[in-house]
Design a protein. Structure first.
Length: 254
C-alpha cells in the first residue's frame, strides 16, 4: 500500500497547543494515516513533537517552513529534522508583491539555489510547493516551468494537484514532468460548481480531478508519500481527512 500522510495545515485550527497537536495526531493515526506533514501548527518543542510521533507510530513525512528559516537557521532546521527522522522540508511558495517580471523569478531561483547548497551533506532536502499563480506568465516565462528547469535538481518539487488545475494545467502532466524529484505530492481535489466559474476544495475523489491519471503519473514519477490536504471546505476537517483516506484506500486502491 502507498504511504499516506495528513497535511496538518488541514487541522491548523485544532493544533494551537502541544495538547491540541497530540490529540489531533492521535485522531489522524486512528483514521489510518501513516504519517503527517508538519505545517500550520502552534509552537511546540521538537523533543515533544518527537514523543508524539513516536507514541502514535506516525512518521514525519515532510514539513513546511519559511525560506527565511531555511536561510538563517539552517543548522537548527537540520537538527530538528534529523531528530524527527524527516528528510524533506519545503517552502509553501514564493509570493512576490513586486512587479511581475522575469528578473524577479531569476533572483528568487538564485537565492533558493544558494539556500539548497547550505543543506548539502545533511540528508535533508529542501523543496518548492506550488499554487496557481506560478502558471501566470511573467514577461516571456511561465514561472512554474522556469522553476522546474532552473532550480537545482536536488530541490524537490511538491506538486499540489488542486493548484495546478486551478492554474489551468494538467496535474498528471506536471507530476510526470518532475519525475524522480517528487518524493511527496499534495493530493487536493477540486470541485467545479454549477456556474462552471466557481471552484472549491473537497475531499479526495469527490471532485473533478482525474485521479486515475494522477495516480498513474505518481507511480511513474516515483512518488513515495501522498499527502492529503484541504485548506478550506464544507466538511469538518477531521471528517474530511477521514473521507479522503477512505476513498484513497477503498476506491483508488492506494
Amino acid at each position: 500500500m502507498a504511504l499516506i500522510a495528513a497535511q496538518m495545515y488541514t487541522l491548523r485550527n485544532f493544533c494551537k497547543t502541544p495538547a491540541d497537536i497530540a490529540s489531533s495526531c492521535a485522531k489522524v493515526k486512528k483514521m489510518g494515516y501513516d504519517g503527517i506533514q508538519i505545517s500550520g501548527m502552534g509552537p511546540i518543542e521538537p523533543e515533544e513533537m518527537k514523543k508524539i510521533l513516536d507514541g502514535e507510530g506516525l512518521q514525519c513525512a515532510a514539513t513546511h517552513i519559511s525560506l527565511d528559516e531555511m536561510e538563517k537557521n539552517t543548522e537548527k532546521v537540520i537538527e530538528t529534522h534529523q531528530l524527527w527522522g524527516c528528510r524533506l522540508t519545503a517552502i509553501g511558495g514564493f509570493f512576490p508583491q513586486e512587479a511581475w517580471t522575469r528578473a524577479l523569478w531569476e533572483n528568487f531561483v538564485a537565492r533558493f539555489n544558494a539556500v539548497a547548497k547550505k543543506f548539502e551533506g545533511s540528508g535533508i532536502r529542501i523543496g518548492y510547493h506550488n499554487h496557481s499563480h506560478e502558471f501566470a506568465m511573467a514577461e516571456d516565462i511561465r514561472p512554474m516551468d522556469y522553476l522546474i528547469s532552473r532550480l537545482d535538481p536536488e530541490i524537490w518539487m511538491e506538486i499540489d494537484t488542486h493548484w495546478v488545475a486551478r492554474g489551468g494545467s494538467d496535474p498528471a502532466a506536471y507530476i510526470r514532468k518532475v519525475a524522480h524529484r517528487i518524493p511527496l505530492v499534495h493530493f487536493k481535489d477540486l470541485l467545479i460548481l454549477r456556474d462552471r466559474a466557481t471552484y472549491k476544495m473537497c475531499e479526495i475523489g469527490d471532485g473533478n480531478l482525474n485521479w486515475p491519471a494522477i495516480i498513474a503519473a505518481c507511480r511513474y514519477a516515483g512518488v513515495r508519500w501522498y499527502a492529503v490536504e484541504r485548506d478550506d471546505g464544507d466538511m469538518d476537517p477531521f471528517d474530511s481527512l477521514k473521507r479522503s483516506i477512505e476513498n484513497m484506500r477503498e476506491k483508488m486502491g492506494l
